[in-house]
Design a protein around this ligand. Structure first.
Ligand SMILES: [Cu+2]
Length: 264
């Protein structure tokens, strides 16, 4: 009985949600921006699978309602486990499988670790800008010190002048990456939580003060893409954005060499 009431209570919400999802699926060219990453296709497929399953459940729910309306009532008691518990168990298994698949996709950009040859870039969110640090020819990020942070003096991340690894580090306000090479981003935040998001790369991850969060991916399509902050991080949140420039490998090598040459 409780299950019946729960199902009845959830049905309108399920219907509305499915209608919205169905509408979103029909206008799919406008639902998501084009995918420009190697892992985005699997994410998009899983999202579409979720949409179609929600649509199928909506149709099934209506069919069951129609049968319930038209069928004659039986006086003999029905088997509760067959009409309530079995469908509920099937639904629970279905949603558990979808969740596990989604969790695996989510974790593959975070917990599996990037390849040792991945390009290392540190991303720092600060009210209200993004900074991107490259480690230079020594491939090692130098130390930073919060007391040395001085954006007006060209040291927005507080790079230590005494650490030799800092000497060849350079900081850019634009994220420039090569196409078809894995990138290992280290996300940090200087003040409050910021949301690092690049829709075309299917990336979205909070940058949290006091933590270094790794996120790895492979951009595939050269072009310019918007980097957004998706956490309301203060009065200037609306202007906290940057650009991602994906270059063919040879052009990226030229850009990197010029930046390293100009590094202090
Ligand atoms: Cu922000």
């Amino acid at each position: 009985m409780i299950c019946s009431r729960l199902t009845s209570a959830c049905l309108p919400s399920l219907c509305l949600r499915s209608l919205w999802l169905d509408h979103a699926a029909i206008r799919s060219p406008w639902l998501l921006p084009r995918d420009a990453s190697a892992h985005g296709l699997a994410l998009d497929h899983h999202l579409l699978l979720n949409l179609w399953i929600a649509l199928a459940l909506l149709a099934l729910a209506h069919l069951i309602l129609l049968i319930g309306l038209l069928a004659r009532r039986h006086s003999e008691p029905t088997q509760l486990w067959r009409i309530e518990y079995l469908p509920l168990a099937a639904l629970a298994l279905l949603f558990a499988a979808l969740t596990l698949k989604a969790e695996r996709l989510w974790a593959s950009s975070r917990y599996t670790g990037a390849s040792p040859t991945a390009l290392q870039v540190e991303v720092t969110g600060v009210q209200f800008a993004w900074y991107f640090r490259y480690p230079g020819p020594d491939a090692t990020f130098g130390l930073t010190n919060p007391s040395l942070v001085a954006p007006g003096e060209g040291n927005p991340l507080g790079l230590s002048s005494t650490d030799p690894h800092s000497a060849d580090d350079f900081v850019s306000s634009q994220l420039v990456l090569p196409a078809n090479r894995e990138v290992d981003l280290r996300l940090r935040a200087q003040d409050v939580i910021h949301g690092f998001s690049i829709p075309e790369m299917r990336l979205k991850q909070n940058a949290v003060p006091g933590q270094t969060i790794h996120l790895h991916f492979t951009p595939t399509t050269p072009g310019t893409y918007a980097i957004l902050c998706t956490q309301l991080c203060g009065l200037g949140h609306y202007r906290m954005n940057a650009t991602l420039l994906i270059l063919p490998p040879d052009q990226f090598a030229t850009w990197l060499a010029a930046k390293q040459k100009a590094a202090p």
